[in-house]
Design a protein around this ligand. Sequence first.
Ligand code: UDP
Length: 238
Amino acid sequence: MEKKEQLYEGKAKQVFATDDPNLIIMHYKDDATAYNGIKKAQIKDKGELNNKITTIIYSYLAKNGIPTHYIKTLNEREELCKKVKIFPLEVIVRNYIAGSMSKRLDIPEGTKPSNVIYELCYKNDALGDPLINDHHAVAVGACTYEDLAVIYDLTKKINLLLIDLFKSVGIILVDFKIEFGRTNDGEIVLADEISPDTARLWDEKTHDKLDKDRFRRDLGHVSEAYQEIYARLERLAA
Ligand code: UDP
């Protein structure tokens, strides 16, 4: 399998073609951005850590019956994945209130709501990834109602599995963002990374933030927090 031209460059990753039209290579960078690209920096070893963390999480989800784009990890920064057409949607799951929902509805961070909250954002940089509902998603052509039924079903299963995984290493899964794509065979699968860049992860005992909020809010020790998440998951995976 041969690495070919770059197909796409995002804020934290690059995607490369391969000589197989059904496969791509995902490359993790150390670049970090926040607030729709306004705040930028490099976080030491972030690319390697997010690659390793995503590898452990995707392997666990696949073992538990979740269809994903992940095939195998090639090296410290690269994964081989099925080529998918990404739905232009960010699916956000909130088990506790934090971040934008805390601000928007004036609910203190860390509040546990009576129900799990699912949100959709329309992936569109020019619009700043606005919050939308199911009907908007269908109206803008991001997906069909049938696609959404599959996406929500998988999202609920993924949330339960991730809550358990993180609980077993002393971490509260506050919230996270996931994305889905359709393979060339037409299957809807989980795609993109799941890492401290895309999830809020708090230490169960101290409530220390072990995720990208350390970068967003200038809390320091960003790389160390990602390292801590990897170390705990690695012990579990070993
Ligand atoms: N998130 C993400 N990418 C985005 C927006 C959000 O990975 O473009 C993740 C974020 O890390 C958090 C969750 O989705 O775990 C909810 O984010 P929120 O809506 O609170 O937005 P933020 O406070 O990050 O602006």
